[in-house]
Design a protein around this ligand. Structure first.
Ligand SMILES: Cc1ncc(COP(=O)(O)O)c(C=O)c1O
Length: 384
């Protein structure tokens, strides 16, 4: 095959590789407890499913405007007004299939070869993959446990160069569950403003917080100048397979990004957008789900801290625990493999999220309390 060499610069995602290994063991009859996949184990709320069925019956099955149907874009504006400290205009909103395309389109639209991009390490793998794909300057910022895995404004200042074009924020954070504090977010905004840098704020876990509310960096410029807020339905509304997300950004940028949609998918699925309008009003289902996640969080963190060689700080958001495993004497990858084979517990090595994740494992606690307790006992057994 004479495919484009740039394809070699896109990376895959380890979560899917671990899932494949776990499934292969399951096919051989081994029982596996799954903590590797980052998706809620809850079903999509009934009222959202009903709305999609209704929209199908009403033949809402044709092409719709590429930027997204106006009713959904208005619903996004209402939702942002309730959940963040500002109200965007529908012209600032772009709907697309999932959160990932929003990251993809924003980066392709703003970053050139040679521009520097600062992003969290460990961090969601798509960020570094796209930085490499674009041949941009790769500037991972190592998140430290002593800072509770938060990116500090001082560390950002140290990484800043004349070439810095974008800083990627992800709070609550995958894989560590960390959350930036309001004063840090403000300071980061000021750094971006002083240095004329864009801020891509991946807020896909915005509703999954346990101790403090979520703040968006986009409130400082109403996403009208240098911030692009990305959020979606996958995690908050248990809608991973539906593929629905949105960006809120400067109108001019949103217009340009719409052209990516026109050229790639034409528009986002029509009847799914209809269901999205209802989902954005369903704060009850989100609240119930987060309450359950909160209970699981306490059980898993307590349990992980009882395992020989593990220590785990309390995550503030998302549904991930990120224990330090250095005292087991194994690397992240060795330990993840060992736990899968010996204990039947599937987890991700911290290094699946960049070299900054060495010495850690990521547990997605999208699993029942019974499964969490069983996994802790199994791991205690094999780790002595
Ligand atoms: C930080 C982060 N951003 C984006 C995504 C992708 O979301 P979606 O499935 O809606 O594309 C994920 C999914 O795991 C994530 O953890």
């Amino acid at each position: 095959m004479r495919y484009a060499p740039s394809l070699d610069r896109l990376h895959s995602e380890a979560a899917f590789e671990v899932l494949a290994k776990a499934k292969a063991l399951e096919r051989k009859g081994k029982r596996i407890l799954h903590f590797e996949i980052g998706e809620p184990d809850f079903d999509t709320p009934e009222i959202v499913k009903d709305e999609a069925k209704k929209a199908l019956d009403e033949n809402f099955t044709h092409y719709v405007p590429s930027q997204g149907i106006i009713k959904l874009r208005e619903a996004v504006c209402d939702y942002i007004e309730k959940t963040r400290n500002f109200r965007p205009t529908p012209e600032q909103v772009l709907i697309f299939p999932g959160v990932k395309p929003g990251i993809f389109y924003s980066m392709l639209a703003l970053i050139n070869e040679g521009d520097d991009v600062i992003y969290p390490d460990p961090g969601f793998p798509t960020y570094s993959s796209l930085v490499d794909y674009i041949s941009a300057g790769d500037v991972p910022l190592k998140l430290l446990e002593k800072n509770e895995f938060r990116m500090t404004p001082d560390e950002i200042n140290e990484k800043l160069t004349k070439k810095t074009k974008m800083i990627i924020l992800n709070s609550p954070h995958n894989p560590t569950g960390s959350m930036l504090k309001k004063d840090e977010i403000k300071a980061i905004y000021e750094i971006a403003e002083d240095n004329n840098v864009y801020l891509l704020s991946d807020e896909v876990y915005s509703q999954m917080t346990y101790e403090q509310p979520h703040y968006s960096v986009a409130e400082y410029d109403n996403a009208s100048e240098r911030t692009i807020l990305i959020d979606g339905f996958s995690k908050s509304f248990a809608m991973t397979g539906w593929r629905l997300g949105y960006a809120i950004g400067p109108e001019e940028l949103i217009k340009k990004m719409t052209v990516f949609l026109i050229n790639s998918v034409s528009c986002t699925n029509a009847f799914i957008q209809k269901a999205g309008i209802i989902a954005l009003k369903d704060f009850d289902s989100v609240k119930k789900m987060v309450e359950k996640f909160g209970k699981r969080r306490n059980v898993i963190v307590r349990g992980l801290n009882e395992i020989n060689g593990f220590s785990c700080i309390m995550p503030m958001g998302a549904f991930y625990a990120f224990p330090n495993i250095t005292e087991t004497g194994k690397t992240s990858e060795e330990l993840a493999d060992y736990l899968l084979k010996k204990a039947g517990v599937a987890v991700l090595p911290g290094t699946a999220f960049g070299s900054g994740g060495e010495g850690y494992l990521r547990f997605s606690y999208a699993s029942s309390i019974e499964n969490i307790k069983e996994a802790i006992e199994l791991m205690k057994k094999v780790l002595g």
